[in-house]
Design a binder for this molecule. Structure first.
Ligand SMILES: [Zn+2]
Length: 113
């Protein structure tokens, strides 16, 4: 289902732009990126592999994560940035944010003797 990132509104197949704000809709991969109201955005990437790395890390920590990408749709309004988004279940949001923060700290800790 296409949806508007600004309005959080879903549209029927074939719809390309939001009828509320005119933004380019994001196309969801129905197989593995369910977008539901109980999902929370935890990170946004400009490269798919970065998102996949985060998802792998999150899942190794027991947190289910989903990738949402609009790379297969025509991007006209959003530029090339922020096209890959990582979501987790709302109930995992705190744990996920904590985990992401700990990933950021990992390099510092590795430098300690
Ligand atoms: Zn909209």
């Amino acid at each position: 289902m296409p949806f508007c990132p600004n309005c959080d509104k879903e549209f029927d197949h074939g719809v390309k732009v939001c009828d509320e704000c005119g933004a380019q809709l994001l196309e969801l991969d129905e197989d593995n990126t369910p977008y539901e109201e109980n999902l929370s955005l935890v990170a946004t990437f400009d490269e798919m592999y970065k998102a996949e790395m985060l998802v792998t890390n999150l899942e190794s920590a027991g947190i289910t994560a989903y990738i949402l990408s609009q790379r297969d749709s025509v991007v006209t309004g959003l530029g090339n940035l922020a096209i890959v988004k990582v979501f987790v279940n709302n109930e995992d949001l705190d744990a996920a944010m904590e985990f992401i923060a700990s990933l950021d700290n990992t390099t510092d800790e590795d430098n300690e003797e």
